[in-house]
Design a binder for this molecule. Sequence first.
Ligand SMILES: *[C@@H]1O[C@H](CO)[C@@H](O)[C@H](O)[C@H]1NC(C)=O
Ligand SMILES: *[C@@H]1O[C@H](CO)[C@@H](O)[C@H](O)[C@H]1NC(C)=O
Ligand SMILES: *[C@@H]1O[C@H](CO)[C@@H](O)[C@H](O)[C@H]1NC(C)=O
Ligand SMILES: *[C@@H]1O[C@H](CO)[C@@H](O)[C@H](O)[C@H]1NC(C)=O
Ligand SMILES: *[C@@H]1O[C@H](CO)[C@@H](O)[C@H](O)[C@H]1NC(C)=O
Ligand SMILES: *[C@@H]1O[C@H](CO)[C@@H](O)[C@H](O)[C@H]1NC(C)=O
Ligand SMILES: *[C@@H]1O[C@H](CO)[C@@H](O)[C@H](O)[C@H]1NC(C)=O
Ligand SMILES: *[C@@H]1O[C@H](CO)[C@@H](O)[C@H](O)[C@H]1NC(C)=O
Ligand SMILES: *[C@@H]1O[C@H](CO)[C@@H](O)[C@H](O)[C@H]1NC(C)=O
Ligand SMILES: *[C@@H]1O[C@H](CO)[C@@H](O)[C@H](O)[C@H]1NC(C)=O
Ligand SMILES: *[C@@H]1O[C@H](CO)[C@@H](O)[C@H](O)[C@H]1NC(C)=O
Ligand SMILES: CC(=O)N[C@H]1CO[C@H](CO)[C@@H](O)[C@@H]1O
Length: 776
Amino acid sequence: MKCCSAASVSVLLSSSLLLLPLLLLLSTQEAQGLDFNITADRKTLSGATPLIIANGGTSGLYPDQTYPAYTDAMNTSSLPLSLLCDLQLTKDNLGICRTGLNLTQSTVSPYFNVTNTYVVDGVPVFGYFSVDYTLAELLSPNTTAVQSNFARSPIFDQVYNLFTPETLGSVQQGSPVTFWLNVEHASFYQQHPGKNSLASYLTNLVASPHISPAYLSATEVGILKLIGPTAKKSGTTLILKILQPTDVEQSTNTTYGTLLQNLTDIRTYASGIFVPKTLIWPIDNTTLYLQAHTSLVQDAHKAQLSVYAYDFANDQYPNSYNYSFDPIAEYLAYVGQPDFSVDGVLTDFPSTASEAIMLWNHGSTAGPEPTQSSSKLVISHNGDSGDFPGCTMLAYTGAISGGADYIDCPVQITSDGVPICRESADLLQSTNVATNHALFQNFLSSYPGFDNGTQGVFTFDIPWADLSTLRATISSPLGPGISRNNGNDNTEAILTLAEFLQFAKNNSGVGIYIDVQNAVYLRTFHSLDIVDAVINALKTANLTSETDKVLIASEDSSALVAFQQAMPYHQRVYRVPYLDPNAVTVTPPEIKNYASFVAIPKQLVDPLNDFSGTPPSYFLAAATQVVKQAHALNLSVLYYWQENEFQAFAFDYRSDPILQINSLVSFHNVDGIITDFPATVYDFLHKNQCYKPTLSMMPANYTMLTVMPGSFLVPVAEAPAPALQVVEPPISFEVPVPASSPAPSPTVVKPSAASKLSLTFTSTLAFASLLLCILL
Ligand SMILES: *[C@@H]1O[C@H](CO)[C@@H](O)[C@H](O)[C@H]1NC(C)=O
Ligand SMILES: *[C@@H]1O[C@H](CO)[C@@H](O)[C@H](O)[C@H]1NC(C)=O
Ligand SMILES: *[C@@H]1O[C@H](CO)[C@@H](O)[C@H](O)[C@H]1NC(C)=O
Ligand SMILES: *[C@@H]1O[C@H](CO)[C@@H](O)[C@H](O)[C@H]1NC(C)=O
Ligand SMILES: *[C@@H]1O[C@H](CO)[C@@H](O)[C@H](O)[C@H]1NC(C)=O
Ligand SMILES: *[C@@H]1O[C@H](CO)[C@@H](O)[C@H](O)[C@H]1NC(C)=O
Ligand SMILES: *[C@@H]1O[C@H](CO)[C@@H](O)[C@H](O)[C@H]1NC(C)=O
Ligand SMILES: *[C@@H]1O[C@H](CO)[C@@H](O)[C@H](O)[C@H]1NC(C)=O
Ligand SMILES: *[C@@H]1O[C@H](CO)[C@@H](O)[C@H](O)[C@H]1NC(C)=O
Ligand SMILES: *[C@@H]1O[C@H](CO)[C@@H](O)[C@H](O)[C@H]1NC(C)=O
Ligand SMILES: *[C@@H]1O[C@H](CO)[C@@H](O)[C@H](O)[C@H]1NC(C)=O
Ligand SMILES: CC(=O)N[C@H]1CO[C@H](CO)[C@@H](O)[C@@H]1O
């Protein structure tokens, strides 16, 4: 049984003739199936569900204002939905939907042979203007749209033609989807291509039965007043679009800030305002912290003005750190407040807005937040390292308050054998060691057999007394373009494993995930026995019972065997390293001998096309079977590791970390997720009404989008099926310890097959078309 019955709109457009009215195949049943009562107490002006305004359709994925962008928005959004067109006028005084005055920002055409400099809003602007081209030229099959945002995929460039407002308006017929026309630079278009051209075009459009826009927004007061009488007759809702408060509104020659001071006056010519989202939730532009919200929404509602907020996009950076790179958290700030909700949001990613509004459903009548149990594990990765310097008290506290089932310590070791929690053996990555000249100069080194010979300052070279003077810094794995919050850098101490264990014990209920790193290398080349050090720390902390919630992970099977012998009561996790070229393979049945979990890296679960190849790049390759294969061996699967930042996953996921988590949980069916953002994964599992509807108060009736691996692949050369190679160096714990070494005498472990375990999960293409959101 599906948890949420589909209410997304499916639409079929007439195949090629763009000027023909769009043919909608919409079952009336679906249209009537919407229950606006589920959100009857929303704090929107009318009490209705907030409107999703798709900015040129799903412009986050496809070039804006094109056929796939608009139909995708209809296929993936909840209702109510409005499709926005940015109006530009042509030489023959007709309309075309394009963003911005300069056509070449988003459009390619062999006709573009005229540039001009026009004075717009008092400033000379050079570019390719729609008023210099006829509608026929702009609608020619040779004129195509391109993606104007360089962070997005160019694979759909120069494929799709342009849209007119009339075409878009015809979508409304018989459909719950409405048409929103946005008009900028009205003073300019009142002069170009001719005198009064904008007013005459708009009057015609608004008066046209069936295609007149449901909403018309404009940045100028004058044009709204002019069109008012016609709009009243056609039922078009007029909206004043507010630019930055210091910007000058051309028709009144006052700033938008001044206009906002008299909302009652705005109500005399408009029913709503369309505002930059930061006028509601301002962001401190140095710390990127969210400041207290303004009273704009409440004030406008008091004046009977609706408020629509613009500038939402999943791939926006910088954005406030308070959202932890989770777009759902941001939408909920606007639509899920106990005392206010905006009436609509303009977004490049309408499916994500739909998830927030329909599935998280804060602000509904539910009262206490719906929470539900889940068998899936949330395991932190370096604590809440997406928000705080990793492996620090702040990070672990954040992970626990975010809902992690387990907090993790990636164990490294000092030169005098003290086990510590650090993201990496290389301190350059997440401490301030680079500013400590003595330590930096003494210990900067590189080892051919370690970290590919990269230079670093390594924990195993430095005694604890020196190392403990360092302070942690946040690492931004996707940086430097996208940096995480460095506001807590250089304050947090480095933690020993003993301190970590004590902290975890003091937080009863939270599990302990110990990830022992580089055991064989440390033993072999530095005579440091990290396995023994961990065993001692666990014993000292009295974590020696089956009832203690402890998982021990390692990429070395022989280390796991050593733990198995010393502490048989703790469960073990084999962490599959990603493609070590010099490795032997390990056969699956043998993994079972020493671990009950496998942690599988993202590249093996969700392989990507590379960046360099023929298009499409950075989309998902075909699905692998690795998780299924591990399950077939009765191994539980952990995914490592999940990150919210949009560059961390394929374009298929629409820059939406929620869609990726949904895929891991519902499509791949992993048993746990190791994550830099425990709260995001926890909220998905426990607060999202689609994932587990049993506790939901009312049916959301919106289905979260199913992302099918490989669906954007052009079937050219057969994509090589990515193989899960579980690999590890041929090792044994039987290594001689130099006599001079201060290290404790080694525990010699001789796992029967550890040196020649071999495994290949051959991966095959998954043909399963699992429906996400399926109740088992
Ligand atoms: C919403 O609730 C009101 C009053 O309870 C009822 O009259 C109306 O029919 C309901 N609307 C829908 C769509 O169920
Ligand atoms: C949306 O759905 C319709 C009907 O199923 C389909 O023809 C269209 O291609 C879809 N749009 C996109 C962008 O997938
Ligand atoms: C631009 O091209 C059009 C035909 O596409 C032609 O009529 C026009 O003269 C050209 N203009 C210039 C300035 O070259
Ligand atoms: C418009 O685009 C052209 C070429 O793409 C560029 O030279 C020009 O600077 C742009 N104008 C503005 C105002 O961005
Ligand atoms: C438009 O494209 C067609 C087919 O590619 C070509 O024959 C024609 O010359 C093009 N027209 C212009 C104006 O470039
Ligand atoms: C607009 O207002 C400013 C001062 O507020 C004034 O200097 C300027 O002349 C005005 N412009 C027009 C076109 O009235
Ligand atoms: C605000 O606008 C209304 C309606 O135009 C007007 O009656 C009122 O005096 C204005 N208030 C102020 C403070 O200017
Ligand atoms: C930050 O905000 C202040 C005040 O709003 C503004 O003056 C300043 O230019 C902004 N700085 C940046 C980098 O945007
Ligand atoms: C954003 O985060 C900062 C730092 O934790 C906090 O001080 C601030 O109150 C938060 N802002 C809001 C609106 O919650
Ligand atoms: C190791 O370094 C070599 C040479 O710089 C490089 O080709 C290789 O890709 C690196 N391997 C890894 C795993 O980074
Ligand atoms: C472990 O247990 C022993 C004996 O019960 C006790 O003396 C010791 O303080 C405990 N250690 C920790 C770290 O709780
Ligand atoms: C309001 C509404 O349409 N609710 C429907 C949501 O889906 C469930 C299950 O399909 C229906 O029973 C509800 O009527």
